[in-house]
Design a protein around this ligand. Sequence first.
Ligand code: UDP
Length: 252
Amino acid sequence: MEKKELIYEGKAKKVFATDDPELVIVSYKDDATAFNGLKKGTIAGKGVVNNRMSNMLMRLLAKKGVPTHYVEELSDRDTLVKRVKIVPLEVIVRNVSAGSFAKRYGVEEGIPFDRPTIEFSYKCDALDDPLINSYHARALKLATDEEIATIEKYAFRVNDVLKEFFAELGVRLIDFKLEFGRLADGKIVLADEISPDTCRFWDAKTNEKLDKDRFRRDLGGVEDAYKEIFARVTKELDETEKTCKTCKQENK
Ligand code: UDP
């Protein structure tokens, strides 16, 4: 499948049309932004890490019953995905206080919650992605009741799967942001990416940050943090995928 015209360029990714109107190619860049574009930079190798890591996690989630836009990894930076219309909500799930939650409610970072929380932001750069509740999202016709229920169900399922998966790698999944899309037939699928740009990962032993907070907060060691989390995920999933391949061969 070849890249045709550029249809969208975002902060961290480009999207290209293909010959198939229902498929597009996402191409991951090393560009990094934070604080709604106020802080800009590059993180060498980030595009490769985010592309490959997101694809591995999407494949894992698909196996666990979460439908996704993922179709096929084409190269280190390029992935074929189903074309969707993005639901303009950022869906944030949290297991531990951090970031805007800690700031908004005046609490420390690092307080574990008894149950995960979910919140939505309205995806609108001009308004700085304001927090929005589900009643307001419905009033603005951003999504239907049924779509919001589906999105919440999938988001918590993603959390269950990923929390357990990362715990095995010695990583605490603190919080993350998801985006969902509608396929041509209206079906809701997980879209966008799941990467150190969109998740907070803390080392389970040291609480060292292995995510984009190193860039946002000028903590240094940004590239190494991306490499470290990628190495852990790759090791774990390569082993699983090898096992699966072996099973398939044995079953023949
Ligand atoms: N997040 C994201 N994109 C955004 C805002 C947040 O991917 O535009 C992710 C962020 O990496 C973190 C989680 O969502 O894992 C919760 O972020 P928070 O609301 O605490 O905002 P922040 O402190 O990053 O501004």
